[in-house]
Design a protein around this ligand. Structure first.
Ligand code: MRU
Length: 358
């Protein structure tokens, strides 16, 4: 998708320099900085500090992290250690483990001479596949937006939470892909963007990327969704996910669950968009999902620019106050209207998912 009219992806391999390029998302929307990752440690650091974030992009960064591990030291035990460290870098998004496992399977038994090329090709194929899948998610989700538009004959208001946009993937996004496809088809859409405290991925990233694509949007506080739904100002919700269980339970950014409850109470369709790399076929009970707990300073401090466009970080509540920063929650399948995947839309249930993914 575009930034200042120029097409970008969130991650790519620089063949000449043998480095991985990323857009540093901790600086958006105030500064647009492209960074080089040169070592597996750089890749781990980018994931941990959230220079890259969003389930599919974390997965792609981990794949390229293994490429960098080979460029540093072509040694099997170093590669294994790198894969373990990458998997530990963020716990909740299953795409991370999925991607590392896929890379390690591809590289097992490969000789030293060929391993780098095979690793680069596989990391590229993970990213290309994600682009294709996200595009298909968009085409499948477009049908829902079209139906609402045909009935309403007016702007379709869509609420989303966090950033499940192209910045969270490689291109298109998951939750935003149907929106971009609708917009490109000339259907009038407007997006309610949940600010998404504490890191404000909605306000900082979703609103930013929608603005760059010319999609009408309004940032709201995380608590405003309820009243907008009661007032009939939301036609549908679409969110992303970091891990969806085979029974259809959806783990996503903290606050998603409350939006789904509110949508249910107001009879508003609540959809979750995901590529199959986000499905966890192993865990059966959502209580087993490792929910990331991040630094409490993400709550107690905010960052923004002053009147001179200088980035400033300030504390917003008493130093003595304790805080708990849980990064994700789980929305039970019964609150989810449907799962929009690359293969089609299905019920949020084992039957639904197995129907699409045999
Ligand atoms: O903590 P983040 O910013 O990595 O969380 C991102 C989300 O919760 C997204 O909704 C999810 O990863 C889906 S991305 C297509």
């Amino acid at each position: 998708m575009k930034i200042e009219g120029k097409e970008y992806r969130t991650i790519w391999f620089d063949e000449k320099k043998q480095t991985v390029k990323i857009i540093d998302q901790t600086k958006l929307p105030h500064q647009f900085i492209i960074k080089d990752l040169k070592t597996v440690k750089d890749a781990i650091n980018a994931i941990t500090t959230m220079e890259v974030r969003g389930a599919p992009l974390i997965g792609a960064t981990a794949a390229y992290g293994l490429v960098l591990s080979i460029t540093e030291k072509n040694d099997l035990s170093y590669l294994k250690k790198s894969s373990e460290n990458l998997i530990k870098s963020r716990p909740t998004a299953i795409n991370l483990k999925w991607s590392v496992d896929r890379m390690m399977k591809k590289l097992s038994g490969v000789n030293d001479k060929d391993i780098l090329k095979i690793a680069i090709d596989e990391a590229k194929s993970i990213t290309e596949e994600d682009v294709r899948f996200c595009k298909n998610i968009g085409l499948n989700g477009l049908k829902i937006i079209e139906e609402i538009f045909d009935n309403k004959k007016d702007t379709v208001n869509i609420l989303t939470h966090c950033n499940a946009g192209w910045l969270a993937t490689i291109d298109w996004g998951t939750a935003t892909s149907p929106i971009y496809h609708a917009h490109q088809k000339g259907i009038k859409v407007h997006v309610w963007v949940d600010e998404t405290r504490p890191r404000n991925q909605g306000a900082n990233l979703t609103s930013y990327e929608l603005n760059e694509e010319g999609v009408s949007n309004t940032v709201i506080t995380d608590n405003a969704g309820g009243i907008l739904m009661q007032r009939g100002q939301v036609d549908m919700c679409i969110v992303g996910t970091d891990r969806t269980l085979s029974n259809g339970d959806v783990c996503n950014k903290i606050g998603t669950y409350l939006k789904a409850l509110s949508a249910k109470d107001n009879k508003i369709p609540f959809y979750v968009a995901l590529p199959s790399s986000t499905i966890d076929w192993n865990i059966k009970d959502h209580k087993e999902i490792p929910i990331e707990e991040r630094n409490s300073e993400e709550l107690s401090h905010v960052e923004g620019v002053d009147e001179n466009n200088k980035i400033k970080r300030i504390r917003i509540y008493p130093q003595k106050s304790k805080s708990l920063n849980l990064a994700f929650d789980v929305t039970p399948a019964k609150l989810v209207t449907g799962l929009i995947t690359e293969k089609g839309i299905c019920e949020a249930s084992e039957k639904g998912l197995k129907g699409l993914f045999k």
